[in-house]
Write a protein that binds this ligand. Structure first.
Ligand code: PGA
Length: 304
């Protein structure tokens, strides 16, 4: 089969169907009719000589040939954006698009450094995706973004990970909560109600690993997918929690929260900036890394 038979438009249509898992949603996103989308997909399948999607019930799934093509389409996209930003650099422009996906805890520091970056590169358009770790790992696996920020780079993927900032996890309580005095151990706290992040979150993963190591089980009253909601519920007196120190702002006490002194805490794991090893980084992505790594060498907020 020859590359000449495939147009970039067809590849874009194919990648959109693959991403949205539906011909009709892809047609809507691309402002095309559904038959126009189906025809393009059939033309590609004819050129490839194998079907690209298979029907499973009401859903469609990529076939092995479809997976290969999607991977290739993403690599072509990467090469093109690298080429485009190389040309921009030759022209003296610092233009382009940067896609960064980050875990929820990282969104508290990012605005600080994004401000500097945007002032320095006003012509780089930025798309940010904020989600929990499980979702960020899915995006990394599918090579959907330029860079990823998370605490536990997945061991099962071949990635480059550069740690840049500490993300301490602390135990918190309502400011006026009755607790035994003095330094505590987790064993002192197992009877109290805890609010924790949901399964799939990197924060929860760190907590579960720590509990497993110490052989403790917490009384988890509520699991939920929002750092802010947990912080605010703790402030209303609902129970204790373990959260990233970055979620609590400059002065937790003003928000009605006390950081407890608990043996083994804070749990420490740095955030890393991560990309697939095979990824060819665009100029905006490299500029972002250069901004991120030295700018955030400083210490995270400490204490309460
Ligand atoms: P989370 O991830 O937002 O999924 O809790 C935190 C992390 O990986 O540091």
């Amino acid at each position: 089969m020859s590359r000449r038979h495939l147009t970039s438009r067809q590849l874009e249509t194919f990648a959109t169907v693959a991403r949205l898992g539906s011909f009709s949603r892809a047609a809507e996103a691309l402002h095309l009719t559904q038959p126009a989308v189906s025809i393009q997909i059939r033309q590609i399948a004819d050129s490839v000589g194998l079907p690209l999607f298979e029907q499973t019930g009401r859903d469609i799934r990529l076939t092995a040939a479809g997976h290969e093509l999607l991977q290739t389409a993403r690599e072509l996209d990467d090469s093109w954006s690298r080429f485009a930003s190389a040309i921009d650099a030759l022209k003296g422009l610092r233009k382009g698009r940067l896609r960064v996906a980050l875990v929820t805890t990282a969104k508290y520091f990012l605005p600080r450094m994004l401000g500097n970056f945007c002032r320095r590169y006003p012509d780089i358009d930025i798309e940010l995706e904020v989600a929990n770790r499980a979702r960020i790992v899915e995006r990394l696996r599918a090579n959907e973004d330029d860079l990823y920020i998370m605490s536990f780079p997945p061991e099962e993927l071949d990635v480059v990970a550069r740690p840049f900032l500490d993300n301490p996890l602390v135990v918190i309580a309502p400011a006026d909560y009755p607790l035994p005095a003095g330094p505590l151990t987790l064993a002192d706290l197992v009877a109290y109600p805890f609010l924790l992040r949901e399964a799939g979150s990197g924060t929860r993963r760190a907590i579960d690993r720590h509990l497993l190591k110490g052989g403790h089980t917490l009384n988890v009253k509520l699991s939920l997918g929002s750092n802010e909601a947990i912080r605010d519920l703790v402030a209303t007196g609902m129970g204790l929690a373990i959260l990233s120190r970055h979620v609590l702002g400059e002065s937790p006490a003003q928000g009605g929260i006390r950081i407890l002194e608990v043996e083994g805490f804070p749990l420490r794991q740095p955030w890393s900036v991560v990309h697939l090893r095979q990824k060819i980084l665009s100029l905006p992505a490299r500029a972002f890394m250069d901004e991120l790594l030295p700018a955030l060498d400083g210490a995270p907020p400490q204490g309460g």
